[in-house]
Design a protein around this ligand. Structure first.
Ligand code: MN
Length: 447
């Protein structure tokens, strides 16, 4: 297989963003023989956790920063013990290009032998005039005497950029790479550290860098597969770029699977179906298209077969369990309610964020309203925003109430959602942030 490729959705991941990463990574492996690894850009929400648990699927790899790490430039060089003869180090160094790692019995680094440390040892023991000492005698000394024990150690998953200054100031050519326990993993060479390979990334379910993992510009972006408005990053090379007007990214993955003449395994199909039904509120959201219905039918056939963890379910029954698994205000802290599913935007000179929370009954909002309003204000202040919004959506009745942080810009008074006595706004029939709320808000700010 070729080099690893990470498939990752947006930060504050929702179910479509996790499911489409899982599904697309599976398709890339199956169809294109790519070593694709599904990743997530943050903690799972309650709904997605329920999906993965129900389907016995592994939680995707956590990838929050694309900046290269030490493991990407590490070589697993052979090692020698501190009491080995210097001749052994000489032999090893001649194979590794001039360096011999001396590692203790317990796996902890002792010191590095290279040209410089060897020369230092020789000049210290022999003095300025070598006399009669033979090379054979010198080479029978123990390695520990000729090793530099002052070489910095870096953890394999540490970001190179965080230590770059230290490395640039140092005169050393080679550094230890260790694991979390401090045990030897390999050696990183300065020339590789200064020019690390970029990690390869495919973005699903988003295309705006603001909603993506950190240091995206340090990654090699291979492809984008999405169904949101454009705000895509600049690239040096042409990339595969698919943004289509469908209800979910899971729909696009399903269509590609069908086009390839393949069928997803039940767990993957069910995860994709969850992504699709979650984004479209069981095919009722105005974002739903005929293509989503067709994809849902296809996924249902693959997912609900005998032997599957969701055997015998239907689109409706599975969808209802799915939506209620993520819905509700009672089981989450106000800070979580306003930040779990949040997206940041900039428009008309304003910095804003719009969060969404799902409930099965808007009545329950009143009980938590004060605490949620407070959390929304705190979020606005903490992130230095002009305002923050929370769309609380009743997934059963297909309507929402809109909460706005206090002291918001007066322009928002023109929003077409009438104020209610509880200080929320009545967003009658609004269920989609992407298709209904966002265009109204951005249109207002940019007019
Ligand atoms: Mn989506």
């Amino acid at each position: 297989m070729s080099e690893k490729v990470f498939v990752v959705g947006h930060i504050n991941p929702d179910t479509d963003s996790i499911a489409s990463a899982l599904g697309y990574a599976w398709l890339l492996r199956e169809r294109d023989k790519v070593d694709a690894i599904p990743a997530r850009a943050g903690a799972l929400n309650a709904q997605t956790s329920w999906v993965l648990k129900t389907l016995n699927l592994e939680v995707p790899y956590l990838l929050t920063d694309a900046s290269p790490r030490f493991d990407s430039v590490m070589q697993r060089l052979d090692t020698i013990l501190p009491n080995a003869q210097l001749g052994t180090a000489w032999t090893l160094a001649s194979k590794t290009g001039g360096v011999a790692p001396v590692v203790n019995d317990d796996g902890k680094p002792y010191g590095l032998i290279n040209g410089l440390s060897l020369f230092k040892y020789f000049s210290e023991t022999l003095g300025p005039r070598p006399g009669d000492t033979t090379v054979r005698e010198m080479m029978s000394a123990e390695c520990k005497h000729a090793a530099n024990t002052d070489v910095p150690k870096f953890t394999a998953n540490a970001h190179i950029r965080d230590s770059l200054n230290k490395i640039l100031r140092s005169e050393l050519d080679d550094y230890w790479v260790i694991d979390e326990q401090g045990l030897y993993l390999g050696i990183a060479r300065q020339k590789n550290i200064l020019n690390p390979p970029r990690i390869k990334i495919i973005l699903v379910d988003h295309n705006e860098p603001r909603q993506s993992i950190n240091a995206l510009e340090e990654a090699e972006l291979l492809e984008i597969l999405d169904h949101h408005r454009l705000g895509n990053p600049y690239t040096h090379q042409p990339i595969r770029f698919t943004v289509d007007v469908v209800g979910s990214t899971s729909t696009l993955v399903t269509e590609q699977t069908v086009d390839a003449g393949l069928s997803a395994p039940p767990e993957i199909a069910a995860a994709l179906l969850a992504g699709l039904l979650s984004d479209t509120l069981i095919l009722t959201s105005p974002t739903t298209t005929e293509r989503d219905r067709a994809a849902a039918e296809k996924l249902a056939r693959w997912a609900f077969v005998g032997g599957s963890p969701v055997t015998g379910e239907t689109i409706q029954s599975f969808g209802k369990n799915l939506l209620s698994a993520g819905a509700g205000l009672s089981n989450r802290k106000p800070e979580e309610i306003v930040s779990t599913d949040i997206k940041a935007y900039e428009a008309g000179g304003f910095k804003l964020a719009i969060a969404q929370a799902e409930v099965t009954d808007l009545m329950q909002l009143s009980e938590y309203l004060e605490a949620i309003n407070k959390a929304l204000d705190e979020l606005k202040n903490k992130q230095g925003l002009d305002f923050a919004m929370l769309l609380v959506t009743d997934v059963v009745r297909g309507t929402s109430k809109l909460l706005i942080s206090s002291n918001y810009p007066p322009i928002l008074n023109d929003l077409p959602y009438p104020p209610l006595p509880d200080n929320t706004r009545d967003a009658q029939g609004v269920v989609s942030r992407k298709k209904q709320l966002l265009p109204v808000v951005l249109g207002l700010l940019e007019r």
